[in-house]
Design a protein around this ligand. Structure first.
Ligand code: PMP
Ligand code: GLN
Length: 392
């Protein structure tokens, strides 16, 4: 008889990544436009792609050094200096990882003992739950409330226990598109210092900000010494499949993450590492233009969703917009997401996949707008049919 798989696998079912895969398969089967899983439908800068091709031709095809190639670590340090005024030692305070996903998992595994608690905001990116479970730690959450996705600072304070080890902050935030304000960051920083927490920040959407500005938590007074900052190249350069990410922070914490990381993937993406170094050194105009182009896409899809009858929470950043299906007569966004591909050949993901209880119905669904304008227009045209198709 086949031994039954351990509990962990079944505990992780129903999270975003499994739902995205299910929805992407449904999109494929029905020929629907896929506004579910967040990836662009156009490649990033040609010169960055050319740098990867050149690297392959020039023999960057064997294991790179464990912490990542020196030039990419230097480029990350230069990037942090240029955009945030942070000075890092590329040899001891920067580590290259297999995307932000590995960086976050390695950090949680490195810094948590079984039974420790990791505090994060809810809704949350799904890999956090998996990483916390792998570490044998416990997840505690504090809710972000629409429409502005604000949180109650007293609740946050009360959620910290003697076992809390890490406060995990994702800003700009997936799935809400929220950028945490200076005031909110100050409250979080104060709490981390007061309760001696390590901050772990997921900043993969750092350059995709339309309203407001992104301020890394590590730049707040007293936070550099207790923050592990994580980002990656996928979103900034529209190469989500390359999976090059990085960690920066104080040398002892980065060393701990490096120790775990070397037994997860050891190394990855040899030819992509020099290419990402090239990308990180692109002029400011590249980063501004990338955000500007995406902002137009956000506005385009939001207008289309409103015309189709959704109530829209306009995101300040990221690839995603949360839409409320209530005005269309749906109280369960997950049920609508299952029907959408067949009803109007569009795929979205249920916001429920980003909550502690993925079975609890919420009328919110998440649409990705990192697609060509004509694709967004066609999706909006199809969704406009929803109102005329009788709802249950
Ligand atoms: N964090 C968030 C908030 C994300 O949306 C994603 C999805 N791409 C990741 C981390 C993972 O990033 P990467 O592909 O670099 O592993
Ligand atoms: N981060 C992407 C999203 O939120 C998807 C990545 C994945 O499928 N794991 O849609």
């Amino acid at each position: 008889m086949t031994p039954s798989p351990p509990q962990l696998a079944s505990r992780l079912r129903g999270l975003g990544t499994t739902v995205f895969a299910e929805m992407s398969a449904l999109a494929e089967a029905t020929g629907a436009i896929n506004l579910g899983q967040g990836y662009p439908d156009e490649d990033g800068p040609a010169e960055v792609a050319e740098a990867a091709i050149a690297a392959i031709r020039n023999g960057a095809n064997q294991y790179p050094p464990g912490p990542g190639i020196a030039d990419l670590r230097l480029a990350v340090a230069e990037h942090q200096q240029r955009f945030y005024g942070t000075t890092l030692d590329p040899d001891t305070e920067v580590l290259i990882t297999a995307g932000a996903t590995e960086a976050i998992t390695a950090a949680i595994l490195a810094l948590c003992e079984p039974g420790d608690e990791v505090l994060c905001f809810e809704p949350f990116y799904d890999s956090y739950t998996a990483a916390i479970a792998l570490a044998g730690a416990e997840r505690r959450t504090v809710g972000l409330q629409p429409p502005d996705w604000s949180f109650d600072p007293d609740r946050l304070r009360r959620a910290v226990t003697p076992r809390t080890r890490i406060l995990l902050l994702n800003s700009p935030h997936n799935p809400s598109g929220k950028v945490f304000s200076d005031l909110e960051l100050e409250a979080i920083a104060e709490l981390c210092a007061e309760r001696d927490l390590i901050a772990l920040t997921d900043e993969v959407y750092e350059h995709l900000v339309f309203d407001g500005h992104h301020r890394p938590l590590a730049t707040l007074p007293g936070m550099a010494e207790r923050t592990i900052s994580v980002s990656s190249a996928g979103k900034t350069f529209s190469f989500t499949g390359w999976k090059i990410g990085w960690v920066s922070g104080p040398a002892p914490l980065v060393a701990a993450v490096r120790t775990v990381k070397q037994f997860l993937t050891y190394v990855n993406g040899a030819p992509f590492q020099p290419a990402v170094a090239r990308g990180l050194r692109l002029p400011d105009s590249y980063f501004a233009q990338a955000a500007w182009a995406l902002r137009e896409k956000r506005d385009r899809l939001c207008a289309g969703l409103v015309a189709a009858g959704f109530a829209v929470h306009v995101p300040a950043a990221t690839y995603f917009v949360m839409a409320d299906t209530g005005p269309l007569g749906y109280l369960d966004g997950a049920a609508l997401c299952r029907e959408l591909p067949r009803r109007c050949k569009v795929v979205a993901v249920p916001a429920a996949a980003f909550y502690s209880d993925p079975q609890a119905p919420t009328p919110l669904v998440r649409f990705a707008f990192c697609k060509r304008p004509e694709v967004l227009d066609e999706a909006a045209r199809r969704l406009a049919g929803l109102r005329t198709i009788a709802s249950p």
